[in-house]
Design a protein around this ligand. Structure first.
Ligand code: FAD
Length: 256
């Protein structure tokens, strides 16, 4: 997108257009860089598609397309598949089952082409999935975290990002035993990445990396300790995340 095509958007909302664009880019561009998918990458793809099928809070045709491709993948008993076979399953369109082939960043727009977009949409997707899994009361609080860890490890195009994420996962992701802790683990690790990247050249000057949610989005998430240091109010932050990334709060504006 260029500056002329700028779409004014609302920072208090998550946009389905960003989430569908994330799926399109990840499944048709990023995964496509593997002609043959086998071993850990195949396990990672199966785990990723499985959580998308279970928890992606999408429009009915998109959910149907994810279900169809998940069913197809579950039937594959070979130790390797060709991307072309996966793509044929993914792109089998019917009137009520399809994944749009559109990239339109809204909340993830950058002020210039090189900024934001896909990596922003993947964070957005991961936070959304983890909230949906918590809402659905999934039995395994690690399910979404492990799926994203393995997707990032096998496919995410930014390799230093994947290495950093894996290092954080190795530190203590295995200790996550409840959905609440899973939601807060991802939120706090994302803030750690924000802190590390603040002021770097990759930062969009119009979207400075802040500890999120900032006070203008969630005043009650912040407090000061008696010594004047900043502290998060964890139950308020959790409530904010549950609402911000909830299915009911998603905006379908700007979808084609
Ligand atoms: P992003 O950080 O992409 O955030 C997207 C949106 O999520 C924000 O606009 C905000 O609405 C919301 N948000 C922000 N913080 C939080 C939070 N703590 N909890 C919940 N929601 C939040 N880039 C590097 O240069 N080095 C790296 O090591 C690196 N590692 C990455 C690892 C992963 C798994 C991913 C997905 C991306 C990584 N990136 C890395 C890219 C980088 O984190 C940003 O995605 C990119 O710079 C675009 O930033 P952004 O301003 O769009 O905001």
């Amino acid at each position: 997108q260029t500056e002329e095509q700028w779409i004014p958007f609302n920072k208090t909302r998550v946009y389905m257009s960003d989430l569908e664009s994330a799926l399109h880019y990840s499944l048709r561009v990023e995964v496509a860089s593997h002609t043959v998918i086998k071993g850990e990458a195949l396990t990672a793809l199966k785990g990723y598609i499985s959580v998308l099928d279970k928890y992606f809070p999408g429009r009915p045709p998109v959910k149907n397309a994810l279900k169809a491709v998940n069913n197809w993948l579950k039937e594959q008993k070979k130790t390797s598949i060709m991307y072309s076979e996966f793509s044929a399953a993914l792109n089998t369109k019917t009137t009520d089952s399809y994944l749009p082939e559109v990239v339109r960043w809204v909340g993830c727009q950058g002020s210039k082409k090189q900024y934001r977009g896909y990596p922003c949409s993947m964070w957005t997707l991961f936070h959304t999935l983890i909230i949906q899994a918590a809402e659905a009361g999934s039995k395994d609080p690690q399910e979404v975290l492990q799926a994203m860890r393995h997707y990032v490890g096998s496919f995410f195009g930014c390799r230093p990002c994947a290495d950093h994420f894996e290092a954080m996962a190795q530190e203590n992701m295995d200790h996550v035993t409840t959905h609440t802790v899973a939601v807060l683990w991802l939120w706090s690790r994302h803030n750690r990445v924000n802190a590390r990247l603040a002021g770097e050249l990759s930062e969009d000057p119009h979207f400075p990396k802040v500890q999120w949610p900032p006070p203008d989005l969630c005043p009650s998430c912040h407090t000061l300790k008696s010594n004047g240091d900043h502290a998060w109010v964890q139950n308020k932050t959790l409530a904010f995340l549950r609402n911000y990334y909830s299915a009911q709060h998603l905006s379908n504006d700007f979808l084609s």
